[in-house]
Design a protein around this ligand. Structure first.
Ligand code: KIV
Ligand code: NA
Length: 279
């Protein structure tokens, strides 16, 4: 498979070929996503919950994101890689944001970064893209602002709120984003925004009128950690947890009953050597 580049993503968008994106949070989850042909792999700050067991994304540190980005980058041969800048690592201003973005490239080894927000992050996006680091926008439901938004809820569901999402999407496009994630917005609104934009929209909980889709990997493979809140829009395509559980439970039973290890799982020894040893 050919390495996915920004011109290739632009070409897909021009031809109306949907862009596939998924999160990964470590070496194995990136390996399987890359092998399965994902166009873009995002190291989302959702790793706070799915890989580190944190309550929400506000707790995860840049250093922790970078460690996981590096492991994802090592496994990713073809997909375009994007790292999610965590809360607190870019809001102070464009200089802070650029410093963080450079760390994501140099230490995290990802190709682009994502940050949340609309009009208010325009100077920040301009600064980061000015040095040649691709930026993925994120509008609509922006989980890093969950406390101000009053939780995880649909955005853009009145004409005034829809207008705000559109204005934010247009603003981050103007600022230089190569694409924009639109989260938790009615499908008609996301489709209209997609029509009005010249860059691809990547939907999550935003219907199938977007230029591409993204899901959190553990939600769609059914490998979520305990207590994970599964959003309405996440379709579960597998049950990896149940398969791991079944395997581990069977192993437990076979050890307890001495069925495992069987002769084929052991090493052999010459009989005369064994006799000498046993004497
Ligand atoms: O952190 C994340 O996983 C994300 C995607 C769901 C877009 O931001
Ligand atoms: Na995120």
């Amino acid at each position: 498979r050919k390495k996915v580049t920004l011109p290739m993503l632009r070409e897909m968008h021009k031809k109306g070929v949907p862009i596939t994106m998924i999160t990964a949070h470590d070496f194995p989850s990136a390996h399987v996503a890359d092998a399965a042909g994902m166009d873009v792999i995002l190291v989302g700050d959702s790793l706070a919950m799915v890989a580190l067991g944190m309550e929400d994304t506000s707790e995860v540190l840049v250093e922790e994101m970078l460690l996981h980005c590096r492991s994802v980058a090592r496994a990713t041969k073809a997909a375009f890689t994007v790292g999610d800048m965590p809360m607190g690592s870019y809001e102070i201003g464009p200089a802070q944001a650029l410093e963080t973005a450079i760390r994501f490239v140099k230490e995290g080894r990802v190709q682009g970064i994502k940050l949340e927000g609309g009009k208010e992050v325009v100077p920040t996006i301009e600064k980061i893209t000015s040095v040649g680091i691709p930026v993925l926008g994120h509008v609509g439901l922006t989980p890093q602002r969950q406390n101000a938004l009053g939780g995880f809820r649909v955005q853009g569901n009145t004409s005034a709120r829809a207008m705000k999402v559109l204005e934010d999407a247009l603003a981050v496009q103007e600022a230089g984003c190569f694409a924009v994630v639109i989260e938790a917005v009615p499908p008609e609104v996301a489709a209209l925004i997609t029509q009005k934009l010249s860059i691809p929209t990547i939907g999550i909980g935003a219907g199938n009128g977007c230029s591409g889709q993204v899901l959190v990997q553990v939600d769609m493979t059914g490998n979520f950690p305990p207590g994970r809140r599964i959003p309405k829009f996440a379709k579960q395509y597998g049950n990896v947890w149940a398969e791991s559980f079944r395997a581990i439970e069977t192993y437990r039973d076979e050890v307890k009953s001495r069925q495992y290890p069987a002769p084929e799982h052991t090493y052999s020894m010459k009989e005369e050597e064994l006799n000498r040893f046993a004497e």
